[in-house]
Design a protein around this ligand. Structure first.
Ligand code: B16
Ligand code: MG
Length: 213
């Protein structure tokens, strides 16, 4: 992978398990509104924006809700989620992940975040990774969320690199689609590991190092 000069990491589900916190917050909202919601539905929320996540949850709703009601549900979910984010500390990141990020930097590879979350910077702060990345592209600088490639195209641009010079690490099918459609190669793990569009499949972030010897 000599031509790769930058790696763009998805945040939720790749570097830290905020996916579980998203689930807990949405579960409270869905239970309160009497909408069936389980981990199966939650998988479909990976990588998609807050309002698109709500739209997926509302597919199982038998009520017609106004835009104001929907906004209130999304705002309340975010309040609950941000409260849960307070439980994150540097110990929430597996030691192997932190070591791998340092090792990649030592090899001269630039690192970026490509996340759909508007809370990405708060998360990075809480887990002690704010200074690890050369660029952060997140839910605040995009107009289209994954599977649109915008978040990764901007991350590459912020690093001064082309998509061909970067690779993406993702746990969501929507994220793999975003990467491949943007002209990037892609490492898929977790929920996306068996997705055919991924370039490489890995079990853990540290497996990426095998490709950069
Ligand atoms: P927020 P990622 C995504 O993060 C999550 O996977 C997705 O479930 C969430 O809806 C989205 O961020 C928006 O998050 O409500 O915090 O803006 O996987 O792209 O890092
Ligand atoms: Mg993710």
């Amino acid at each position: 992978m000599k031509h790769i000069k930058g790696i763009i990491f998805d945040l939720d589900g790749v570097l830290v398990h905020t996916d579980e916190l998203h689930y807990q917050a949405w579960k409270q909202i869905a239970d309160k509104a009497g909408i069936p919601f389980d981990r199966e539905v939650n998988h479909r929320l990976r990588g998609v924006s807050r309002m698109e996540s709500l739209a997926i949850i509302l597919e199982n709703d038998d009520k017609n809700r106004t835009d104001e009601e929907k906004q209130a549900m999304a705002d309340e979910k975010n309040k609950l989620y941000r409260n849960l984010l307070k439980s994150l500390t540097p110990l929430s990141v597996e030691p192997d992940i932190r070591k791998s990020l340092h090792a990649l930097r030592e090899k001269g590879i630039k690192l970026a975040i490509g996340s759909s979350s508007k809370n990405a910077r708060t998360i990075l702060q809480n887990i002690g990774l704010s200074t690890m990345f050369d660029a952060v592209s997140d839910g605040n600088n995009i107009t289209h969320s994954k599977p649109h490639p915008e978040v990764f195209l901007l991350a590459a641009q912020y690093m001064g690199l082309t998509p061909e010079e970067c690779t993406v690490v993702e746990d969501a099918r929507a994220g793999v689609d975003a990467a491949v459609d943007g002209g990037f190669t892609c490492f898929a793990m977790g929920d996306a590991a068996d997705y055919g569009r991924a370039t490489h499949r890995i079990e853990n972030v540290k497996d990426i190092l095998d490709y950069f010897d």
